[in-house]
Structure formats: structure tokens, C-alpha cells
Ligand binder design. Structure first.
Ligand SMILES: Nc1nc2c(ncn2[C@@H]2O[C@H](COP(=O)(O)OP(=O)(O)O)[C@@H](O)[C@H]2O)c(=O)[nH]1
Ligand SMILES: [Mg+2]
Length: 268
């Protein structure tokens, strides 16, 4: 929370941050969940199974990329699920990748589900590792587990969870298998009951020292973005990632203006 900022100001700023992506919570209690994954891993099937008919579609602001949002309840807790475009990477080489990355970074999801294909896990883990470098608030959904079984592939979800430091759930979204466990893990991460602990990525000495030099200057920019890994942000800037810097600056401005406006209203 920003210095000298009251609770309601913080939540006002949060809803402004989210509304920049057309995400409008029904209530402040509603937890916002991003749904990420490579194309063709069963994301839409999972989205439909979780939300049923409680969904609506539109476009991501300023982009011709379709956006779907839907709602579900678990343990009487409302969730708003936001489907991201299917991508292989988050390095923002395409409009789809930029949309997915910006939402994970600046849309302030309470958790992100990364859906991977159990039949080709190694290829799919690339995206999962990229998301985990940005934020630990992740549940890994290993989908198409039924297809994998047919091919004689067995996934040790517990070992994977140990290694990645986040919950890993095997699912077959088409038949609904594993979805209760998935919702339970999501509940735990989004409500802060499960503390994810992905192992930090190790950089070589030269890169690490450049990251260390940038960190103190970055901290003020990241005040409203507690879920973002500052080392990852430093790496993006070192990489000369201009679209990322533009998004970070725009988000910071919107967040500051919202916080100022709210503080003016509630100042004594
Ligand atoms: N066998 C099996 N098929 C699935 C499962 N999930 C999705 N599918 C199928 O996989 C294909 C791609 O699914 P879709 O939801 O469109 O993937 P998306 O591109 O990630 O949104 C469709 O034919 C689905 O019916 C699953 O868990 N098991
Ligand atoms: Mg889809």
C-alpha cells in the first residue's frame, strides 16, 4: 500500500488499475483471476467449465484482441475469470503477447492460472516459467491429463509443485476432472492462504550487479504493484523493452492519479 494511503483509497486505486483493462468487479470481494496458456491447451474449455454461461466477451481496450470474462463461486467466494489470449511467450513480440503480459503485470490479478498441455509439458513450461518469474501468485493447471494417460505419460504433479513452488493440479477440462481441486488451489492462492514460493532465477554476476543498481530507482515506480517481481522488471528495462516501460509508466500515472483523487475526497 502506498505511504499515507487509507484502505479505501488503496482499493479505489486498485479498481482503477483494473478498469483500465475493462475488468469490472461486481463487488470488492470478488477475486480477479487471469487465465494464461499456450494456444490449444484447453483454455477455452476450462473457462467454459468453470464459468458456465456466466460470461461476456468484448475486446481488450485499444486492441482487436477478444476478451472474455466470466464468474464463478467457490466456498461462497466470488471469482472473476479473465481469459488471456493464447501465447507461447510473454516477451511482447505480438499484440496477443502484450495483452497477456500487461494484464498479468498491471491488471493486478489476485492469481493467475497457467494452463499447460500434459502431453507436451516441456514446451509448455516455457510460458509457465516466464509467468512465475513475474509473479508467484500462480496455480499451474496441467490439462489434457486424460490424453497424456492414453499416451502412457504420467505427470508427477507433487514433484512439479515442489520444484516450482506453486500448486500444480492435473485436470481434464472436457470431462470436469480435477476442477474442484483447481478451484481449491485457486482459492488458497487468491485468498493468501497459500504462500507461493517459486525459486528465484539466478543471473550471472554481471547481470545481477546491473539489476542491483537499477532496483533502488525502480522501487518508487513499483509501489502500487506489490505482486510484481522487481528483479524481473529490472531485467525488462535492461533488455530495452520499450513497450513494457510505456505500460509501466502509464500504469504508474493512472495509479497515482487515482490515489490522489481518492485521498483528496477522504482527506480530513
Ligand atoms: N481429451 C481432452 N480434450 C480436451 C481437454 N481440454 C480441451 N480439450 C480439447 O482440446 C481442443 C482445444 O481446446 P480449447 O479449449 O479450444 O483450447 P484453447 O485454444 O487453449 O482455448 C478442443 O478440441 C477441446 O475439446 C481435456 O482435458 N481432455
Ligand atoms: Mg481458446
Amino acid at each position: 500500500m502506498m505511504k499515507n494511503q487509507c484502505r479505501s483509497c488503496a482499493s479505489g486505486a486498485l479498481s482503477v488499475a483494473r478498469s483500465r483493462y475493462n475488468v469490472r468487479q461486481n463487488t470488492e470481494r470478488e477475486k480477479v483471476i487471469a487465465l494464461a496458456g499456450n494456444p490449444n491447451v484447453g483454455k477455452t474449455t476450462l473457462f467454459n467449465s468453470l464459468t458456465g454461461l456466466r460470461q461476456h466477451t468484448g475486446n481488450w481496450p485499444g486492441k482487436t484482441v477478444t476478451q472474455a470474462q466470466g464468474r464463478f463461486l467457490h466456498r461462497n467466494q466470488p471469482f472473476l475469470l479473465v481469459d488471456l489470449p493464447g501465447t507461447y511467450s510473454l516477451l511482447a513480440h505480438s499484440a496477443d503477447e502484450q495483452v497477456a503480459r500487461d494484464f498479468i503485470c498491471f491488471g493486478r490479478p489476485d492469481a493467475t492460472i497457467v494452463v499447460v498441455d500434459a502431453t507436451c509439458l516441456a514446451r509448455n513450461l516455457n510460458l509457465a516459467l516466464q509467468v512465475l518469474e513475474i509473479t508467484g501468485k500462480v496455480v499451474l493447471c496441467v490439462n489434457l491429463i486424460d490424453e497424456a494417460e492414453c499416451k502412457g505419460i504420467r505427470i508427477d504433479v507433487d514433484a512439479l509443485s515442489q520444484k516450482l513452488g506453486v500448486p500444480v493440479i492435473g485436470t481434464a477440462a472436457r470431462s470436469g476432472r480435477g476442477l474442484s481441486e483447481l478451484k481449491e488451489a485457486l482459492y488458497g492462492v487468491a485468498m493468501g492462504q497459500i504462500e507461493p514460493a517459486p525459486p528465484p532465477v539466478k543471473y550471472d554476476e554481471e547481470v545481477q550487479s546491473a539489476v542491483d543498481q537499477l532496483l533502488p530507482q525502480l522501487r518508487p515506480l513499483l509501489q502500487g504493484l506489490p505482486h510484481l517481481n522487481p528483479r524481473w522488471v529490472a531485467m525488462r528495462l535492461l533488455d530495452g523493452d520499450d513497450p513494457f516501460l510505456d505500460s509501466l509508466t502509464a500504469c504508474h500515472r493512472a495509479y497515482e492519479m487515482a490515489a490522489k483523487g481518492e485521498m483528496a475526497l477522504c482527506a480530513p
